[in-house]
Design a protein around this ligand. Structure first.
Ligand SMILES: Nc1ncnc2c1ncn2[C@@H]1O[C@H](COP(=O)(O)OP(=O)(O)OP(=O)(O)O)[C@@H](O)[C@H]1O
Ligand SMILES: [Mg+2]
Length: 348
């Protein structure tokens, strides 16, 4: 039987709209090390449903997946969509870690635009002000109705929810290097129903936005414009994507206006950020989420933003058996959120 130290006795859970993912890590010789991972496909639209029967179904998927993946903990750190939450950076006097929570919740109502009895709070120390002996703390609040839905699913699956974290924070942990504290990077997570855009300086979020564009919208326009069924639309999307020189640019022309929504939102967010922090230097855009595999997408976004674009690798900070290298690389796009969650309480 493996023994875990209490702080590290948990697993990450990402409830995605096309698949649910789990990952469990532990610290071995000072490095986060893979214990187990897994995913299970779920019908689209199940997660967005608020019906109790559908929540039972999701809970059953979670239970099944955790069992298949041999997850050995009852404790869960899960992600909620970035846009379902409020974040704020506050200053608090330096004090022992165990007193911080109380002090922060005491102050929180000044910073969170919803009544505290209608929200769940989470926080993280993100820096220090040595000159005033204060800490800089990132405060996150999720409205109760959303938090309760996740709590409900997790309890029904037989687990205990330790923390709900926003998607963007988990992504920053798995996709950015912890040491590069002053660089600004933009993380774009393109999933099934939506895309998250988050601008980070170090691991501190400056802007977090989401728009309702993902692979579902891409499949829909292909089906409408080219008169194809769902399976064919999916194949055309994955095969031709944004390649202008394939089948006379038919798929490219169809997808372009949809992807341009993401680009527009990206450029607006960048302009807004540079307006507030003109000295900021944006290093690159990091793409993640399954839909980032759309052919020629990185090049298209690089041209449209004039920034360097790379595909995120969430395994960089994690040790794993060498023979898994190829398998793990092939799921990189889908696992960035869940690996960020699994990294949360480990030293990096
Ligand atoms: N080559 C490809 N081109 C475009 N889309 C792709 C490609 N390969 C996979 N996808 C899409 O990626 C999606 C899965 O990605 P991911 O696991 O990030 O989504 P999710 O987390 O379940 O969704 P969400 O974040 O919206 O809840 C699927 O909808 C799939 O159609
Ligand atoms: Mg996702």
């Amino acid at each position: 039987m493996e023994s875990f130290n209490q702080e590290q006795n948990y697993f990450g859970l990402d409830l995605g709209n096309s698949s649910i993912k789990v990952a469990q890590l532990r610290e071995l010789r000072g490095k986060p090390t893979l214990v187990t991972y897994g995913d299970i496909d779920v019908p689209e639209n199940l997660l967005s449903s608020d019906s109790p029967i559908d929540q039972d179904r999701i809970a059953e998927y979670v239970r099944q997946l955790a069992s298949d993946a041999n997850i050995s903990s009852k404790n869960v750190i899960a992600a909620i969509p970035s846009t379902s939450s409020f974040t704020s950076i506050i200053r608090v006097p330096k004090m022992p870690h165990n007193e911080l929570g109380e002090s922060i919740s005491y102050q929180a109502d000044k910073y969170i635009p919803i009544p505290l009895n209608q929200a769940k709070l989470d926080w993280a120390v993100i820096g220090e002000y040595p000159e005033t002996d204060e800490l800089s703390v990132l405060l996150v609040a999720a409205p109760n109705n959303i938090a309760n839905k996740y709590l409900n699913i997790i309890q029904k699956a037989g687990f205990e929810l330790l923390t709900l974290e926003i998607n963007a924070l988990a992504l920053a942990r798995s996709l950015t290097a912890p040491s590069q504290t002053n660089n600004t990077v933009i993380i774009v997570d393109i999933g099934t129903l939506s895309s998250d855009i988050a601008i980070f300086t170090g691991q501190v979020p400056q802007i977090v936005r989401s728009i309702g564009v993902g692979s579902k919208a891409l499949r829909r326009v292909i089906s409408q414009n080219l008169g194809l069924d769902e399976t064919q639309s999916d194949q055309f999307m994955k095969k031709f994507g944004l390649q202008e020189d394939k089948i006379e640019g038919q798929v490219f022309k169809t997808l372009k206006p949809v992807i341009d929504h993401v680009v527009e939102e990206l450029n607006k967010s960048i302009a807004y950020h540079l307006d507030r922090s003109p000295e900021s230097k944006i290093e690159k855009i990091i793409l993640t989420g399954g839909t980032s595999a759309l052919p020629n997408l990185p090049m298209y976004i690089a041209n449209a933003t004039n920034l360097t674009v790379e595909i995120g690798n969430p395994w960089t900070n994690i040790s794993y058996p060498a023979d898994l290298q190829q398998t793990l690389a092939s799921i990189s796009l889908n696992y960035a959120t869940v690996l960020g969650l699994a990294l949360r309480n480990l030293a990096q």
